[in-house]
Write a new protein. Structure first.
Length: 296
């Protein structure tokens, strides 16, 4: 049984634990691994934000820089150019909180001023020393994700001897840094960082042992949606259409969605409070049914 928490945001409080929350992903980028370019157009991104809410999401997570393997950083100015108009429009048109997916303190500050209420930091406060103060001063919620290395070496890390222990230690360190900076414990959510600096088998091991991270005393967010750690399994099962030697991108994405579904259910059964996904409609159904099983 999941522990219940209240996640305190600047303009509301979210109850976490009784019902799984769904965070819908909105990438305003040309190169994200799954949906890069689809919502790079500003009007399409704003329309997608409305759809994400209607499909059952509890949170919208807006990002302006892809952090997929092989991606290149963008400038702070470009990141702001991509996300600020979408955030400004989203907070006027949806009733659910907006999260900004960034590791830069100034981007977070500008996004929060535009109406975002959550900072989703893939570095867990490691990349920008000013981020804890931005979060504290704004009373924003924060997702502290486990990752290793610099922005350039996120996906070039050596294997871990004990993935569960090392991820636990990393998350504990990030949370301690937040508390030292006087960020409220009620503002913090932790994310084990599936697929970030972790081999496929290491990600599966972290997912299998997700409930162990609950001892840190914070709600758990899990993001597995269409990530490459699933690919060795789903790519083999992607069906080729007649006359094709290889599965199409549509075939592969469909198989990734099925693989994601399995990981979403597993994450909830193992204690996740929030699941971060591309396919919100699917995840809402999966979460609602799995929650009912857990509570039966």
């Amino acid at each position: 049984m999941r522990q219940h928490y209240t996640w305190k945001l600047p303009r509301r409080v979210l109850s976490l634990g009784e019902r799984t929350s769904v965070m819908g992903i909105l990438n305003v980028t040309p190169d994200s691994f799954s949906d890069g370019g689809i919502y790079f157009d500003r009007e399409k991104a704003i329309a997608r934000a409305k759809d994400i809410e209607q499909e059952g999401a509890d949170i919208i997570d807006i990002g302006g820089e892809s952090t997929r393997p092989g991606s290149e950083p963008v400038s702070e100015e470009e990141e702001l150019r991509r996300i600020l108009p979408v955030i400004e429009a989203a907070v006027r048109t949806v009733n659910i909180p907006v999260s900004v997916d960034t590791y830069r303190a100034n981007v977070a500050r500008r996004a929060l001023a535009a109406g975002a209420e959550i900072v989703n930091d893939i570095s867990g406060f490691r990349f920008d020393d000013n981020m804890p103060r931005v979060v504290k001063d704004s009373r924003a919620g924060v997702v502290l994700m486990h990752s290793r290395g610099s922005r350039e070496t996120l996906h070039k890390q050596s294997r871990m001897e004990d993935p569960v222990r090392e991820v636990t230690d990393g998350l504990f360190s990030s949370a301690q840094n937040a508390r030292t900076a006087d960020v409220s414990s009620h503002a913090i959510v932790i994310d084990p960082g599936i697929g970030f600096g972790k081999a496929s088998d290491e990600s599966f091991k972290v997912l299998k042992n997700l409930n162990g991270f609950s001892k840190l005393g914070y709600p758990i967010l899990i993001g597995t949606s269409r990530k490459s750690f699933i690919r060795p399994i789903t790519h083999e099962r992607s069906e080729c259409k007649p006359g094709r030697a290889q599965p199409s991108r549509v075939d592969i994405v469909e198989a990734h969605n099925w693989g994601t579904a399995a990981t979403v259910v597993t994450a909830i059964l193992n204690g996740a409070h929030i699941v971060r996904v591309h396919d919100v409609r699917q995840a809402r159904v999966l979460a609602d049914v799995t929650d009912r099983i857990v509570l039966a």
